[in-house]
Design a protein around this ligand. Structure first.
Ligand SMILES: [Zn+2]
Length: 283
């Protein structure tokens, strides 16, 4: 059977499958430095830090389902998120808005009150990346990359949500954060998960967006009160977490290469990061 034929993970039909990227392919062009001797982005993993053009990609979805993911999340996010020439439309929209006064930190916003923010598309995009990370074994440069595992019941619930068969899963919560910076770190932090007592936390960052997805039968109130899908206000964060991401990256790079030089290049030219465990404080 040809490699590009199989069961689509989203609609479950058998047929021709496209090569699906875990992180939209369009983002990788921001990570290249055409004038550098090696234009490829820096990839950091647990063992090695190097430049590489490897991407997480595999035959996963049929054309109709790729299109669905694109239409319901990716296209809008790519249009409104990170760009090389100045602040993103999303950043500008949040900058012109005011945080919800119920939260003293000033970092929690009702997305419904902000023209220019499509919270459904933001939620869908974040959920689709974590679901994709979970439903297949991924590898990069021939080496397996361990990403997140939602577990079979949640994989199925998210499949139904993403395929338009069901609403956002009841025992899940999602936090959406836009980094409060005109020029957020150009990095991708692939999905990682962490067990937090009775529930699981899944997290990734991509170019000025940061996501946390929680699943569990009894999610605590401190998790659900900021959920973009469950709260009537459809809350999201607009917060300065750039420093935290930079510090995490610096700690990481310390393991293998001189930090200041690489961090300088990383900031200017783009970097792909795989961090094992990230706790980012959003509020
Ligand atoms: Zn399909």
């Amino acid at each position: 059977m040809p490699r590009d034929y199989g069961q689509c993970k989203l609609c479950l039909n058998e047929g021709k499958l496209l090569r699906s990227h875990l992180i939209p392919r369009a983002y990788y062009k921001f990570l290249r430095t055409p004038c550098a001797p090696d234009p490829n982005p820096i990839t950091a993993g647990a063992e090695v830090t190097r430049t590489s053009q490897d991407q997480l990609v595999q035959h996963l979805l049929c054309e109709a389902c790729e299109d669905l993911l694109n239409k319901h999340g990716e296209r809008w996010v790519l249009l409104n998120n990170y760009r090389l020439d100045g602040p993103s439309p999303m950043y500008r929209a949040l900058l012109a808005a005011t945080g919800d006064s119920k939260f003293r930190s000033g970092t929690v916003y009702s997305s419904l009150a902000i023209p220019g923010i499509d919270i459904e598309k933001l939620i869908y995009f974040g959920a689709s990346i974590i679901w994709r990370a979970s439903v297949a074994d991924w590898s990069m440069g021939g080496k397996p990359v361990r990403l997140v595992q939602l577990g079979k019941p949640y994989e199925e619930e998210f499949r139904q949500y993403l395929h338009g068969e069901a609403a956002f899963p009841r025992n899940a919560a999602i936090w959406v954060a836009v980094v409060r910076s005109e020029a957020p770190a150009p990095l991708i932090n692939f999905p990682v998960d962490e067990i937090k007592g009775k529930y699981h936390q899944h997290h990734f960052d991509v170019f000025g967006l940061s996501y946390f997805l929680y699943v569990g039968g009894s999610l605590p109130e401190e998790v659900t009160r900021h959920c973009a899908a469950r709260t009537p206000e459809r809350y999201m964060f607009f917060t300065d977490i750039g420093g935290i991401i930079d510090r995490k990256a610096a700690q990481f790079f310390n393991k293998s290469v001189p930090t200041p030089k690489l961090m300088d290049r990383a900031r200017k030219d783009g970097v792909v990061l795989v961090l094992n465990c990230v706790n980012t404080y959003l509020y």
